[in-house]
Design a protein around this ligand. Structure first.
Ligand code: 0X9
Ligand code: ZN
Length: 401
């Protein structure tokens, strides 16, 4: 009996160690076209940067051997730990004062709401896998039953390590509070319900901060059946979920989950849209790459409906002008099904954008942890302008563009 218990214990320990051990590398792989990038993404590589004749991204050992078998040329494969140990997070967070933990974010939002009860309402759209609150902040002058208000939704950190996306959401809330008496902002708050979910993946964010160094974590923290951890929330939406590029390797950075909307975080977004029928524009913030992306991401075809295609392109160009970013359909990056904006447009018919914030280029996973305060602030400020432009549009986008 004792021997059996000892064996069971050893097996469980091995599974836990396997789950915790990090076999991911920062890779540079030769790829000259969107088709080649898609083929690499289909193997389960998480593409982070597009270079003139290659991609840079993250792959585990399993992906690396499949890449070799498929004939791809791997130019570089550096263990991720080589980069993460460069950045002890406590020093980093203290020096930049930029990025928020779940707890700090909650306290900051509560403080703001107490100071600006006339325009801020805090609620929750649900709970994460580890039972953290998925906070929703509504910014608007209280609802006037006689005026129909439109709505716009901004969401940060589908991907845990993309901390700047949460920071932008928080700065947007502060901006609206600080400028609420300015006529243009006051008019926005009166005519539009501005909804902001700053941190959709609080479990992943908390894990990213939990070690001495950043974990460079992307997914949520679901325990998968093979002992690995996490589902990629931006592959878990239902639109074309089962299409080409659906990743069923649970260990992959881009694991799509056992079924569409298997995750409490994506279910909460779905429920939000079902409850708020007035949303006309949706923005999902990510990092990095300085890009304005619009549907489709799950297929190479352009948006079929001409009116919808035209409006997405026109708005994307305007956003690119404001931010200095590049506008393109998501599929020009690589084809991958199950993302949030394809679902919001494809199922809910909402004008939708994925915005990849700063930096433009980076080495290893340092791109997720930018250090230049001035560049971070300038990127956030340009993106606040872009967000305000979208808020103004949301009242009646089709008739204004
Ligand atoms: O891959 C993603 O989910 C997004 N990039 S990130 O580096 N932040 O992970 C881009 C989504 C674009 N959508 C598709 N290509 N489907
Ligand atoms: Zn992302």
């Amino acid at each position: 009996m004792l021997i059996r218990i000892a064996i069971l214990y050893t097996v469980l320990l091995t599974i836990a160690c396997l789950a915790e051990s990090d076999n991911r590398s920062w890779v540079i792989i030769q790829a000259k076209s969107a088709d080649e990038r898609t083929a690499i993404a289909n193997i389960g590589v998480c593409i982070e940067e597009i270079l003139p004749t290659s991609i840079a991204g993250i792959a585990d050992t399993n992906c690396l051997s499949q890449l070799t078998k498929s004939g791809f040329i791997i130019k570089q494969a550096t263990p991720l730990a080589n980069y993460t140990t460069l950045m002890p997070h406590t020093t980093y967070m203290r020096s930049t004062e930029q990025f928020s933990s779940f707890e700090n974010m909650t306290t900051d939002i509560q403080h703001l709401a107490a100071t600006h009860p006339d325009i801020l309402t805090i609620s929750s759209i649900g709970h994460s896998y580890e039972n953290r609150n998925l906070l929703l902040v509504q910014c608007s002058i209280p609802y006037d039953a006689y005026k129909k208000k439109s709505g716009i939704l901004f969401v940060g950190t589908h991907h845990a390590r993309e901390h700047i996306s949460t920071e932008l959401c928080l700065k947007l809330i502060s901006y609206l509070c600080e400028h609420k008496h300015e006529p243009s902002i006051n008019a926005l708050l009166a005519s539009t319900n501005i909804y902001i979910i700053p941190m959709l993946n609080p479990d992943g964010v908390t894990y990213d901060y939990s070690k001495n160094n950043f974990a460079c974590w992307r997914k949520n923290r679901r325990l998968n059946s093979n002992g690995s951890i996490g589902v990629d929330l931006n592959r878990n939406y239902s639109y074309m979920w089962n299409g080409k590029g659906n990743i069923q390797n649970q260990t992959s950075e881009c694991y799509s989950g056992p079924q569409p909307f298997s995750e409490p975080e994506t279910q909460a977004i779905k429920a939000f849209f079902e409850l708020h029928k007035n949303i006309s524009i949706f923005v999902s913030y990510h990092s990095y790459g300085n890009l304005i992306l619009y549907p489709w991401g799950c297929k190479k075809d352009p948006i079929e409906n001409i009116r919808d295609r035209t409006i997405h392109i026109k708005i994307a160009k305007k956003l690119a002008e404001i931010t200095g970013y590049t506008a393109m359909p998501s599929s020009a990056l690589y084809v991958a099904p199950g993302d949030a904006t394809d679902w919001a447009y494809g199922i809910k018919n909402i004008i939708s954008f994925t915005i990849e914030l700063m930096p433009h280029h980076a080495t290893g996973c340092t791109g997720f942890y930018p250090t230049d305060k001035q560049k971070i602030n300038s990127d956030i400020s340009k993106n606040i302008d872009a967000a305000l432009y979208l808020c103004a549009l949301s009242i009646d986008p089709y008739n204004q563009v």
